[in-house]
Design a binder for this molecule. Structure first.
Ligand code: FES
Ligand SMILES: [Fe+2]
Length: 458
């Protein structure tokens, strides 16, 4: 492994390269489970997964499995998924099911029947006196607890007892995203697949819009996809940049924006295209319908800013009538929040006022060539009208994921393969549009002690 040299976020705007060991090397993949995953806050699920006391789910990362449970007192608890007797997994949690869900008053180990309440305390040991009093010390019989906290409706766990608070770990991304109130959204759909590439290859396919012109070519007729990319500490954001500054509005960096030509028409076409080809995410039915009316409601030649303002106002009113309230997001907050966030290490969130499209990737065991890939759509629904959803394992094809995601899938596996070539001279990430990727490697290297991006000498 290389000697570790740090690079500053500012230096990432220069041409840099990062090594591909992080994607390919079996030793590196194993080392992640020592140096990275046990030391960070990782998103384990959403609060809506466990609405009632006793509801629990398991979250697997490498060989670790964690139980997150809503305890009686309505607080969350997280435990390592292992019985303290002889080490049976307490709740069977095969990787092939992407977690186990249930409700438990007590967790009973299937091997010898030791039992635990929702606070992790032991409530039953058969023939306890055989241990000659040793097990009177309750710390020998309870489950091992770990840190758990929430933000934006997400549940995070951390295996490091001395870790920084979750909020600190997530800042400043958490504060910039707070106005979108992700905690008020609910799953619209959620799918996962075991996919043949490294988890980083997968998440990086969703970090930058620089690939739109080459991958999602059908979108080019609707707009330009020039983008910026900006590190914020461990995390980073990207947004659309207008090459033509007169087109700039507070919305134009985000997914809800105008397209090329007559904005009354192109706004609709772009919103509809996003919605239909992204598996009914990336916009909402309300936004698409309101955009469709723009041509009737506004005269020809209406400037783009007025078109956008009218569109969002009428969509907001349409939603209000059906019981969906939009959060108050100022133009400054909108600009700062951009298009899509990468929360270190493995969360991507593309956010709108009432919806989000999000991804998470994880290693599949310690195999650098496989990952667990998940995508899900969140939306604000009228109260009581939230759909019932569950995780669905789906083949990575257009039929299951829509055209745009299928196009992304059509790169990931082949990036994983291509990087192995001895003819590959090294990565050349775009210094303006792909800083999310290089910042990711910068932060990753700070945990792994290797793999930092470095400046390329001219
Ligand atoms: S391993 Fe759990 S009760 Fe024996
Ligand atoms: Fe894409």
């Amino acid at each position: 492994m290389d000697k570790h040299v740090e690079i500053t976020p500012e230096e990432l705007s220069e041409p840099v390269t990062y090594p591909v060991e992080a994607f390919l090397c079996p030793d590196y993949a194993r080392a992640e489970h020592e140096r990275l995953w046990p030391r960070i806050w990782q998103m384990a699920g959403r609060l809506e997964d466990i609405p009632k006391p006793g509801d629990f789910f398991t979250y697997n990362i490498g060989d670790e499995s964690i139980i997150v449970v809503r305890a009686d007192d309505d607080t969350l608890r997280a435990f390592y998924n292992v019985c303290p007797h002889r080490g049976r997994q307490l709740v069977n949690s095969p990787d092939a099911t992407n977690g186990t869900w249930g409700n438990a008053k007590v967790f009973v180990c299937g091997f010898h029947g030791w039992s635990f309440n929702r606070k992790g305390e032991n409530t039953h040991v058969l023939d306890k006196d055989d241990w000659k009093g040793l097990l009177d010390d309750r710390s020998r019989t309870c489950l091992t607890e770990l840190k758990v906290d929430t933000w934006g409706g997400y549940v995070y766990i951390n295996m490091d007892p001395d870790c920084e608070p979750l909020r600190e770990f997530l800042e400043p991304a958490a504060s910039i995203l707070d106005p979108f109130q992700l905690e008020k959204m609910r799953y619209k759909w959620r799918q996962w697949a075991i996919y043949p590439c490294n988890w980083k290859t997968a998440i990086e396919a969703f970090m930058e819009p620089y690939h739109v012109a080459g991958t999602h070519t059908q979108l080019l007729k609707y707009g330009q996809f020039y983008s910026y990319s900006k590190p914020y500490g461990k995390h980073s954001v990207s947004g659309f940049d207008e090459r033509d500054k007169s087109q700039k509005t507070s919305q134009s960096g985000s997914v809800a924006r105008a397209g090329l030509g007559d904005p009354r028409v192109s706004t609709y076409e772009l919103a509809r295209e996003n919605y239909e080809t992204l598996n009914h995410s990336g916009s909402t039915a309300t936004l698409v319908n309101a955009a469709k009316r723009l041509k009737d409601e506004l005269p020809e030649g209406t400037p783009v800013k007025e078109v956008m303002a009218h569109w969002l106002k009428s969509a907001r009113e349409d939603d209000a009538r059906r019981g969906v309230t939009w959060p108050e997001i100022t133009p400054e907050q909108q600009v700062r929040a951009g298009l899509a966030w990468s929360l270190f290490p493995n969360q991507t969130i593309l956010q709108g006022a009432t919806f989000a499209l999000a991804y998470r990737t994880r290693p599949y065991g310690a195999d650098p060539n496989q990952c667990i890939f998940e995508a899900y759509a969140l939306e604000r629904f009228p109260e009581g009208e939230e759909p019932e959803t569950e995780w669905v394992q789906a083949e990575p094809t257009e039929e299951h994921w829509g055209m745009v995601l299928a196009q992304d899938f059509s790169n990931m596996e082949w990036v994983q393969r291509g990087m192995k070539s001895r003819g590959f001279r090294g990565t050349l990430p775009n210094p303006h549009q792909e800083q999310k990727i290089t910042n990711f490697h910068r932060v990753l290297a700070s945990y792994m002690g290797t793999g930092s991006p470095r400046k390329i000498e001219y």
